[in-house]
Design a protein around this ligand. Structure first.
Ligand code: SF4
Length: 65
């Protein structure tokens, strides 16, 4: 079973604490952008779970597929 990462761009304050995985980047406005439809690569699952936990405004969540 895989997971999908969903971001609430309106909540994002651009703190960048979540960056470091292949599916998260900041857009031109400094807000979070989820790449590849949020499909979480299994090998990055742990890092992405950390990103969800570290976001100071809880703008990220994982949905199990
Ligand atoms: S950690 Fe949260 S607030 Fe910071 S860029 Fe990522 S989603 Fe946005």
């Amino acid at each position: 079973m895989g997971a999908k990462l969903v971001a609430d761009k309106a909540r994002c304050i651009g703190a960048a604490a979540c960056l470091g995985s292949s599916i998260l980047d900041l857009d031109d406005n400094g807000k979070i952008e989820v790449l590849n439809d949020g499909v979480v690569p299994e090998e990055e699952r742990s890092d992405i779970e950390d990103a969800v936990a570290f976001c100071p405004v809880t703008a990220l969540r994982l949905e199990e597929q």
